[in-house]
Each structure stands twice: as C-alpha cells, then as structure tokens.
Design a protein around this ligand. Sequence first.
Ligand SMILES: Cc1cc2nc3c(=O)[nH]c(=O)nc-3n(C[C@H](O)[C@H](O)[C@H](O)COP(=O)(O)O)c2cc1C
Length: 450
Amino acid sequence: MILVYLKDITGTLGNELSGKRIALCVTGSISITEAPGIARLLMRHGADVIPVLTPRACEFVSPMIFEWSTGNPPITKLTGKVEHVELVSIQSSKRADLILIAPCTANTIGKISSGISDEPVSTLVCTALGSGIPILIASAMHEPMIKNPIIQQAKEKLEREGVKFIEGSLVESKSKLAEPEEIVQAVISEIGKSKGDTKKESIAKSSLRQETTSDEKRLARLGVIVTAGPTREPIDQVRFITNASTGKMGVALAVEALLKGSKRVCLIHGPGVVVPVSLTQGDGRVRMESVVTTQEMQDSVLSKLSKGGEYNVLISAGAPADYTNLSPVTGKISTSEERTLKLELSATKKIIAVVKEQFPKTFVVAFKAEHGLKNSKELSLKALETLKTSRVDIVVANDVARTDIGFGSDYNEVLVVTKDGKVRNLPKASKNEIAAEILDILAEEIHRST
Ligand SMILES: Cc1cc2nc3c(=O)[nH]c(=O)nc-3n(C[C@H](O)[C@H](O)[C@H](O)COP(=O)(O)O)c2cc1C
C-alpha cells in the first residue's frame, strides 16, 4: 500500500530526483536516527524512497518510522515476492534507480564486499552489484573500525566494483555519517536530472547558468582562499568572545570550488568548524588551516596572498569576532574574587579591508550578515552600500535573524550584489546549492572584468 498523504512533501525543494526510485538501505548504526531525515530530504528533491532494513536496524528503531517518513512499506524481510529481485530486475516496474546505504555499518561493508547475502540489505546489494544500478554508501562507525585494514580493503574492493562512498568527517574518534545534505547532493550528482531541468534553475534563468561549463573552465585558473566559521577573542585563558557561526557556508564554498575545478583551494577556518573528509583527504589542491583569533585569520589570509600569485580570490565567508578584548587575563578569572567584570573592547580590523589595501588585485567576495531587516529591498540597499564602501567585487548578504537559514542551518537564502549593480536573489536552498550559484556568479564576474 502506498500512503500518498505522507508523500505530500515530494518536490518541495526541487525536482532533480523526480521520477527516481531510491532504495534506502538502513543498518544497525547509532546514526540510524538520521535516516528518516535523509529519506525526507530525498523526497523533498522529488524521489520516491523505498526503505530496506537489516534485522539489526529493526532492533534499533521501529520500521514504522520509515513507513511514516517515506510513505512506503519498509522491506524488513525477504518473502515470496522476492523483493530484492523486484528492486533490481530490468523487467520490473519497481526497479530502483539507485541504492543508498545510509548509515552503513562496518559489518554490512564487510558482508557485501564478500558476497554474503543473509538479510534484505546485503541480499539486495548482492543482487544489484554489476546490474548497472548505482550504489552509494555513507558509513558511520567508531574510528578503530574505519581504520581496520580489513574494512579499508573491503571499501577498496567495493570501489573497484563501482560502489561510491560518501565520506563523513572524523570527529571525537568517530567516523561520522556525512551530513544529510551532502548525502542527498551525492545522490543528485549520481542520478539527478541536469540542473537545467530543475525548479532550482529558476534561480538563474539568466545566461549565467547555461554557461556552467565555461564557468568551470574559468575557475581552473583560480587559487581560492575561503574563510569559514567564527573566531575567538580571549577574556582569559578559558573564556572568550565569539559568535554563532558554524562555518557550514564556507565549507560548502570550499567543497564547490574544488568540485568546479579550481586550481587550488585554501580553507582557513575558526574553531569548531566541521571539515568533511572530502576536503581533508583532498587531491593535493586543498590546504587547510585552523585559526583561533581574528588576527590569526587575517595573518593567515595575508600570508597566503603574499605567496606570489598562488591565490587570486578571497571568499570571505568566515565570521571573525568583531571585537577584541584589550586586556586578556593570563590564567582564569575567579568569579568569587571578581563579582563584576568590565571588559574594554575594540573593533577588530575588517579582513577584507586589509586585503583590498595590501593586495588590491585580489578578487574579493564579502559576506554581509544583517539582522532583522524589514524586507529584501533594505537588504539589497545595505549590500550595495557595502559594495561601494569596501571596494570588494561581490557582496553576498543575508538576514541572520531568520532561524530557518544562515547560522548553523544547512540552508541559506542570500542576495548577491555585483559591481555592475545587479542584485540577484538566490532563494532558500541548501548551502551547497547556494555555494554553487555563488561560484558561477564569481566565474562570470571574473570573466567580465578581465
Ligand atoms: C548502540 C550501538 C551502536 C552501534 N553503532 C554502530 C555504528 O555506528 N557503526 C557500526 O559499524 N556498527 C555499529 N554497531 C554495531 C552493529 O550494530 C553490529 O555490528 C551489527 O551486527 C550490525 O548489523 P547490520 O550491519 O546487519 O545492521 C553499534 C552497536 C550498538 C549496540
């Protein structure tokens, strides 16, 4: 039975996966809690999702959650209907367009790489491998498991057979499941319709998007520095002033700059920014630098720019602390001794201003976070003002008072203002999609100005 009313979210974020049937295989990892959200996000991009669960996954959560989140009955047992064949057979009207295992345990990786098929997930993959149906795996496990040479060999073996892994990040001794947005983007890259067919394409019906291929060629000449996340200004040696930035937008920009073929990308990020493995295990084009204070972020940017033409673009997506404490205390201030505390703060230098002063030829994209503006007209006026006063090349502005976008969210909605006074509204979309649009505009602008 298909529960149509549970599918009413289908296509609300785009139609890239419209008409695509995805078998979402779920295994016994604690990250299983993310799987219903991944299913919903796939649906929001147009997909029909068929949940397939291992017996261990069914012990972790009730399959009912997947029935609700996908509107399709979960496959938890193989029956006389031979569900694994139905999802793979060329003759079947229910053939899946893609198999996604998320989260995938070390156990399931080991089993499918050895051809073991003793429950629905491994049997489905065993049937599908070699059938032409793309298989994507997003694993999650403790660090020792992912470093286990047998698991590494199993992954390599599967990769040789065309299976693709969506890497998460290594945090707190765990190889975490990739972000739902990254997983869905990987699915879209694999089987999604070309962007020209999608709803998102209405963002830029202008000639800009049609020039993607040449834009990407233009990016090949660029060395791109991206700043991401907050910085900290110390009060004493354990306390600091900071802000709510998580660095997700900057990370998305670095990933997209890399995907679009930039010559080199340097991500300079503040504390707490989660860097995906796709960047840490880059192909030699990526550099990563972690900084703490605003001064360190500035010094790092300047030192990269001083390296004789290695970098010619700065995307200033970081949110360095705007104030620094003039008298940080060595040690820890005692609250029993200091019942009130007065801090003297001084505004930090704007990194983009220093860059424009010392390296005027650098192409600079500035991010402007505004708070609680009345409407987008007001936001665009502020952005145009920043463009003029700071002499940067592009201003990307958003309203950080909104809780559904911006700080911490996987989504953003921005205005992009370019030197010719054009204001483009990029409607709410994932940060990866917004990042891709910004890089297309950047490529176009660089082309126009050279
Ligand atoms: C609370 C808990 C969390 C677990 N999380 C993971 C995990 O994230 N990754 C993993 O590889 N195994 C994890 N395991 C171990 C698997 O559940 C175990 O290897 C199981 O046999 C996997 O079965 P499956 O792959 O058929 O679902 C976890 C076990 C428990 C008890």
